[in-house]
Design a protein around this ligand. Structure first.
Ligand code: GP9
Ligand code: MN
Length: 421
């Protein structure tokens, strides 16, 4: 009801983080490309298997002069996995405590990043080498305001190009280039990559890295698919440099969620060289976030944050203030950024503490906090945020909310059939 919306408005207004003037609008008018790096966890960055870097391209990118690399960034997904990550990145709302928000709440009103930018003259497109109805994307993307969706109908899905859930990353990159290059600029595009997906299988001819030797074949193969994705990322960056898009495009790379579940703790303890306790498992929920911004000096940034924080970060770089939009995240580059990272189950991470299954641990020792109340203030914030975000989604509250100058998405005008474009 309208009281709920008032609570939500009050909460997000009082938690608004002012943009950092050093970065605000520094990428105004640039294109944006998001890449969902399937299942990539942050411990892979700079990890060496038998002395060999698994992700040499990304490792180099951590030091790129125009790139921000966030190494305390966590996924916040629930059962909706990849789609939950997409939901947070573009709405700055949390996904649902059960089930997939993409599957069950696509008829809601949203004020997602694509629709916000569409109204500022951006072309918006999603690219994914799998059936468009997976995770109900073909319906949800309309609600988010995507004008175009290049799904499997647009790709050559013959056997040589496909493994597991869909297109292998390298042919996906090659076939996506003409679609990206064909978009009227400025554009906002997101690509959902697939090869590094559980159970991490690749055809022999694509394997270019040794498997690990942990006795757990899933964990062993994870290094091979991650390496393959890293090579495809390098090809993609080279393509963007060749076609000239690189110099005026923000590129956001993020790991959507964990790849290795707790069922593999035994192998993971060998990989990490330590026992995987519940505390350690929570630390492993870090996923990499890279933001390449042409002309802006980047850095390795240790700020704590999560997927819900990305929308205000990117919009502020583009010079779009977010104070009129309902957001549960806060700009990672702002000096006022709130370093409390809620997990979807109500636990959380902050620079000082990690709460797991309701137990408060001290960082980085992982010892139970001496003061049993130490986590309580954060716990209150986290519970409140999740509850308010759930009210927005379950109550479809954004249909009653009218941001200044924002025109609602007109779904009837959107058609993703390949014979329509
Ligand atoms: C499938 C891809 C993988 O289209 O998004 O989904 P996941 O299982 O990671 O959610
Ligand atoms: Mn995924």
């Amino acid at each position: 009801d309208s009281n709920d919306l008032t609570d939500v408005e009050n909460w997000t207004k009082s938690n608004y983080t002012k943009p950092n003037p050093e970065y605000y609008g520094k990428a105004k008018g640039m294109n944006v490309i998001y890449i969902s790096m399937e299942s990539l966890q942050n411990w892979m960055i700079n990890y060496k298997l038998d002395g060999k870097e698994v992700t040499p391209f990304l490792n180099k990118l951590t030091h790129d002069k125009n790139t921000f690399y966030f190494d305390n960034f966590f996924h916040q997904t629930g059962q909706g996995k990849t789609s939950d990550a997409e939901f947070m990145m573009e709405n700055s709302l949390f996904p649902l405590p059960q089930g997939s928000v993409f599957s069950t709440k696509s008829s809601n009103t949203y004020q997602a990043a694509p629709s916000i930018l569409d109204q500022r003259g951006y072309t918006t497109a999603a690219l994914h080498g799998n059936t468009g109805s997976f995770w109900n994307r073909d319906d949800m993307y309309k609600a988010l305001g995507y004008e175009k969706f290049f799904d499997s109908q647009y790709y050559d899905m013959s056997d040589k190009n496909v493994i597991n859930y869909g297109m292998k990353d390298k042919p996906f990159v090659q076939e996506s280039m003409p679609y990206l290059e064909g978009l009227k600029q400025p554009f906002y595009a997101k690509m959902i990559w697939l090869s590094n997906h559980f159970p991490f299988v690749l055809p022999k001819e694509d394997i270019d890295f040794p498997a690990a030797d942990t006795g757990d074949s899933v964990v062993n193969r994870y290094f091979q698919t991650a390496h393959y994705m890293d090579e495809a990322l390098e090809q993609f960056f080279n393509n963007l440099k060749k076609d000239g898009l690189y110099n005026h495009t923000i590129i956001v790379l993020y790991g959507d969620h964990y790849g290795i579940s707790e069922n593999h703790n035994k192998a993971m303890s060998q990989v990490m060289g330590q026992k995987i306790t519940p505390y350690e498992n929570a630390q492993l929920q870090r996923v990499p976030l890279f933001i390449h911004v042409p002309g802006v000096k980047g850095k390795i940034d240790h700020t704590y944050g999560g997927e819900v924080d990305v929308r205000p970060t990117i919009l502020h770089l583009l010079g779009v203030d977010t104070k009129d939009y309902i957001s549960f995240g806060s700009d990672l580059l702002s000096n006022d950024h709130r370093q409390i990272v809620p997990f979807r189950n109500g636990d959380f991470a902050t620079p000082k503490y990690t709460q797991v299954n309701g137990v408060c641990y001290q960082n980085p020792s992982g010892k139970v906090a001496a003061n049993p109340k130490a986590c309580k203030p954060y716990d209150n914030v986290v519970k409140k945020e999740l509850a308010l975000s759930d009210k927005v989604v379950y109550g479809d509250l954004l249909r009653f909310y009218h941001p200044k100058g924002y025109k609602p998405v007109n779904r009837a005008k959107i058609n993703y059939a390949s014979d329509q474009t």
